[in-house]
Design a protein around this ligand. Structure first.
Ligand code: NAD
Ligand code: G6P
Ligand code: MN
Length: 440
């Protein structure tokens, strides 16, 4: 079997150790000859990289391992780039959350003004990774899960239409894990789903049992209409997610015929979200005190002991979708997966040039989207407004247009008026100096 070479971009990410362990656990279907980490923050990456080097030496001495900040060393001779960068790191995520809240508007990593702010930073970072990949390994594929995926995907469609980049999100997978638990199934893979929407903005329309064709929607509707997805958190196990999983019930109330993505809470109940936010302690503060502290603490402890033998790190089971995607390409598995792809008629009554999240069959040549057909007026109306926001952000980035970014913020469901949009925008411009292109 052919052996592959992978670079993880954003090597200093809190998710790197669990993904590395996952890759080691999947050697029967995606055998590796080399694994590299790449980051533009040497210090942050070294903490993770030194611990990973010990894990690799102990568990996979035959796989060459290194970490670097040199793009040439990182991107030469690779088959896959797995990208999870966070341009501006947690420091800027924190401001994305806190600045809108100052004006009583939702402050969130990927939704509303915070997501647009993050998008304006991410586009350049992800495009740079694509350039490195195409320069040093022109045949490689990039599997991108850097956020905000909706805006990043639209930017890749506009700026790199012929590049081998696949944009994917783990939220539907997390929710499907919960659904499988609600149904008493062993795995979400026992279900075959139909779904449509934009990233962090979509609905399941059908869920059947793969082996029998049995309709699983009635049982799920019954549960979600009472409890949302709460009680079955899957990999989103921390307390803060409980509200999000519970609120799915109220999102479901608006269309009891479909099952919603949890992120719709931010668009449909922004008043609830703002009411439950603390401007002095937002999600970033929780992640820093939780995931970052744990992961970096464990990395330091591995390095101190010089061994990972009794390490607390676990295989990132939920990240299996990344290996599923890679093997769909290397082994032509034809797996059905939700990806963020150009619509091109799949949703017949929606913009052909919108990046939509829909089921695709994935094989050697990448994704083949499945037909969705017509979507109802409620979803179409919401999606048209949101896709306009996402496209305006990308146009603002390309053209350096203040006006288009102001229009994007004004058009967002979460922003009450053009004047509030302008105040938030002016604060974000100040905070993002050095990260955003100059706006005229
Ligand atoms: P993190 O801050 O811990 O890690 C990100 C790393 O990226 C940092 O080490 C940082 O130095 C590095 N980085 C920033 N800009 C870079 C650049 N231009 N080039 C190279 N490296 C760069 O963040 P995290 O919480 O671990 O999340 C990582 C990313 O994964 C985020 O974008 C997050 O939103 C995303 N994510 C996506 C999904 C999904 O479903 N799509 C799920 C989880 C996380
Ligand atoms: C989900 C989403 C990701 C998002 C993450 C946030 O998994 O699909 O796109 O980045 O949640 O998690 P965090 O713990 O960083 O708030
Ligand atoms: Mn996501």
């Amino acid at each position: 079997m052919k052996k592959y070479s992978i670079v993880i971009a954003g090597g200093g990410s809190t998710f790197t150790p669990e993904i590395l362990l996952l890759l080691l656990s999947q050697q029967d279907r995606l055998p590796l000859r080399e694994l590299k980490l790449y980051d533009n923050d040497a210090e942050r990456q070294a903490i993770v990289g030194d611990a990973c080097a010990i894990i690799m030496k102990e568990q996979a001495p035959n796989i060459k391992f290194s970490y670097t900040t040199d793009p040439k060393a990182a991107f030469t001779d690779v088959d896959f780039v797995m990208a999870h960068i966070r341009v501006g790191k947690y420091e800027m995520r924190s401001l994305d959350e806190k600045i809108p809240l100052k004006y009583g508007v939702v402050g969130q990593e990927t939704c509303g003004p915070g997501g647009m702010s993050y998008g304006m930073r991410s586009i350049g970072g992800v495009i740079e990774l694509i350039d490195f990949m195409e320069k040093y390994s022109p045949d490689a594929w990039m599997l991108n899960y850097s956020n905000p995926a909706a805006i990043v995907a639209e930017a890749t469609r506009r700026l790199k239409p012929n590049s081998k980049v696949l944009n994917i999100c783990d939220m539907p997978i997390g929710i499907e894990d919960s659904m499988a638990s609600i149904l008493g199934l062993k795995s979400r893979k026992e279900m075959q789903v139909s779904y449509y929407g934009l990233n962090h903005f979509g609905w399941w329309t059908s869920i059947i049992e793969k082996s029998t064709g049995k309709d699983l929607m009635p049982k799920l509707h019954e549960h979600v209409s009472k409890h949302g997805y709460a009680g079955y958190p899957g990999f989103h196990a921390d307390e803060d997610w409980t509200d999000t999983f519970t609120m799915a019930k109220k999102v479901h109330d608006l269309d009891p015929t479909t099952l919603p993505n949890t992120y719709l809470k931010y668009y449909l109940y922004p008043d609830h979200v703002v009411g439950h936010s603390d401007i002095n302690y937002t999600r970033t503060d929780m992640v820093k005190a939780g995931r970052e502290k744990e992961v970096f603490g464990e990395c330091r402890s591995i390095v101190e002991k010089g061994t990972a033998k009794d390490s607390k790190f676990e295989i990132g089971g939920h990240a299996t979708y990344i290996v599923d995607l890679a093997t769909a390409i290397t082994s032509n598995t034809g797996e059905r997966m939700l990806l963020i792809v150009p619509n091109e008629g799949a949703i017949s009554n929606f913009d052909a040039d919108a990046m939509v999240e829909i089921p695709c069959i994935v094989g050697y040549s990448g994704p083949q989207p499945l037909t969705v057909g017509e979507i109802p007026r409620f979803q179409k109306g919401l999606m048209e407004q949101q896709i306009a926001v996402e496209k305006l952000v990308v146009e603002a980035w390309i053209e350096g247009s203040y006006l288009k970014l102001w229009q994007a913020l004004t058009l967002s469901r979460m922003v009450p008026s053009a004047s509030v949009a302008k105040q938030i925008l002016d604060d974000l411009i100040e905070a993002n100096k050095g990260f955003w292109p100059k706006l005229k």
